[in-house]
Design a protein. Structure first.
Length: 568
């Protein structure tokens, strides 16, 4: 823009000089025309410098927006300064008729003074030159030194700008960057990190390493599959009698490693507890078999360990009911109040005959799962607390009821009464962006209302799709939603029986929608219980399952008996 303006002014002034220049060569008119001629020459030199700058930038530096070679503006700044300096010297020599040699000689003292005054700035400049020549880092790489770490977002002639994990921008002068060693992590290359945790020395190291490795491979968001994660023993701590383990993983997002480590430790805690292990408390040396929930417990054939509710439970209905909260609290390591809640949820067994209920209570066990954690395959049980989701499409009648309830909840709240979204932040952001493309500005008021009423992504997409008038656009929105319908298994519901008794070929995967507790049985254990059960017991169990398991519709007592009698 400014180049075009300068060119237009220069052309106008040269037109004035060539048309009326000879008429005013004497007197005051001559002085005016001489000034006009000098201004025209200056604008011409400035225009030529700007055109050369753009030409050289395009040829040598490339197009920055298209990923050219200009990873910093240092080379551009040096080139521009040199170009304008050359144009300025030419203008002094041929435009003003000055002796450039004498001008440079008289300015030597000024140059020395300026050099001393600008010594720090010149240090940054030359450090930037070395960075540009060696190119040790590029925009997008990660930098770490002492407590400073961040992602490079810009390189300039004076400094390097870093985006920290706090969302702030930190500026590192070039001289500071080159004066000390710094760790550089390439953006395109996975970097390895490790999470250190302790376990009691009497725990089997191979078992602990296997559990931790299984957690690392459980689709943790951000963990790269290649190179593969690993778990190693770092050594023993003689002060506490524990072993130090390190879970090592690779990730492309260097600044996200704290979140990944936190998610890993959360899932590891649940995984260890399900296997009858736990991380050391304040004093691992004071542990005893009586006060340690996480000690290794004997396992039934086909089971997977973990805290169990065993023969200590009451053997008949109504007896010892007041002890249930305390037993559940001890088994799960929670308060008696939470144990009461979970004991109340197990009243789903009350409808069963006494003998069958007693066998199920004796041989079942409690397992805890963290948010978004996959449940162990091959187990059946009942949800005590929390909620599971199953990647099985829900029954049509259940889907219609869920949609009706969600519509009623959304229409009953106003924009001012919207709670925080129940969805995960990534799912909500994607939901909002796709909805904005489909329904426009209405999405910014409608999406928070829907997301504040449900965490089921597929339900949210279906409800919002009803606001899209065009049928083709509505279908495209639903197809691009990538939200598969899932079955929600609430507290008190049974799960896993459909795949167990072979009503379907493929077993669906259950995930914990939130932190939840389940009371489960292994296939072999359950088979032994049902083989000894009477026909009346099996019919009662089948009737209970048809009402409590969303995936069971055709199971009968005869089907359960046939499954139990079949060889493994």
């Amino acid at each position: 823009m400014w180049t075009l303006i300068a060119m237009a002014l220069a052309a106008l002034l040269w037109l004035v000089v060539f048309t009326v220049g000879h008429a005013g060569d004497s007197g005051s008119d001559g002085m005016i025309m001489q000034a006009v001629r000098l201004v025209a020459m200056g604008l011409t030199a400035l225009t030529a410098a700007q055109l050369l700058q753009r030409l050289l930038s395009y040829c040598l530096l490339g197009n920055k927006s298209e990923g050219g070679t200009a990873s910093s503006d240092l080379l551009r700044a040096v080139m521009n300064a040199s170009l304008y300096l050359v144009v300025g010297v030419i203008f002094l020599r041929y435009g003003l008729g000055q002796d450039v040699t004498s001008v440079l000689a008289t300015s030597a003292l000024v140059t020395v003074i300026l050099g001393l005054a600008l010594q720090p700035t010149l240090g940054h400049l030359f450090s930037g030159v070395s960075i540009e020549i060696e190119r040790p880092l590029r925009v997008g790489d990660y930098v770490r030194r002492d407590d400073l770490e961040g992602q490079v977002i810009s390189l300039s002639w004076r400094s390097v700008s870093l985006l920290t994990d706090r969302g702030t921008t930190q500026v590192m002068p070039n001289a500071e960057f080159t004066s000390r060693s710094v760790e550089i992590i390439r953006a395109s290359q996975p970097s390895r990190h490790q999470v250190v945790f302790h376990m009691a020395s009497d725990s089997s190291p191979s078992r602990v390493m296997g559990i931790a490795l299984q957690v690392l491979r459980s689709n943790l968001l951000g963990v790269s599959r290649t190179p593969a994660p690993s778990v190693v023993i770092l050594g023993a701590d003689p002060m506490t009698g524990t072993l130090r383990f390190a879970a090592r993983f690779f990730t492309l997002n260097f600044l996200d490693r704290s979140r990944i480590a936190s998610l890993f430790m959360e899932r590891l805690w649940f995984a260890l507890l399900r296997e009858g292990l736990s991380m050391p408390s304040r004093s691992a040396l004071d542990w005893t078999a009586e006060d340690t929930v996480g000690q290794a417990l004997p396992r039934q054939s086909g089971d997977h360990g973990g805290p169990r509710v065993n023969a200590a439970l009451p053997r008949h209905a109504g007896a010892g009911a007041s002890a249930l909260p305390l037993l559940f609290g001890q088994a799960l390591g929670v308060s008696a109040h939470e144990g009461q809640m979970r004991a109340d949820a197990l009243q789903a067994l009350v409808a069963l005959p006494v003998d069958l209920r007693t066998q199920l209570l004796d041989h079942g066990r409690v397992q805890l799962y963290g948010p978004d954690e996959r449940c162990t395959r091959g187990l059946v049980g009942v949800v005590i607390q929390g909620r599971l989701t199953e990647d099985r499409p829900p029954q049509p009648d259940e889907r219609v009821k869920d949609l009706s309830r969600l519509r009623a909840r959304v229409s009953a709240i106003s924009a001012a009464g919207v709670d925080a979204p129940l969805m995960a932040p990534e799912s909500f952001d994607l939901f909002l962006s796709r909805s904005a493309l489909a329904v426009g500005p209405l999405a910014h008021s409608l999406c928070p209302r829907i997301a504040g009423c449900t965490d089921d992504v597929s339900l949210a997409y279906e409800v919002l799709a009803e606001s899209i008038d065009d049928g083709a656009r509505r279908l495209t929105f639903l197809l691009h939603s990538r939200a598969l319908p899932t079955t929600r298994i609430a507290a008190g519901s049974w799960f896993g029986w459909r795949a167990l008794v072979e009503l379907e070929d493929d077993a669906y995967t259950c995930r914990a929608a939130q932190e939840c507790a389940v009371f489960v049985w292994g296939a072999d254990t359950l088979r032994q219980i049902l083989i000894r059960a009477s026909t009346t017991d099996l019919e009662s169990l089948a009737a209970l399952l048809q009402g409590r398991d969303p995936g069971v519709r055709g199971v009968t007592g005869e089907r359960l008996s046939a499954w139990a009698s079949a060889t493994a």
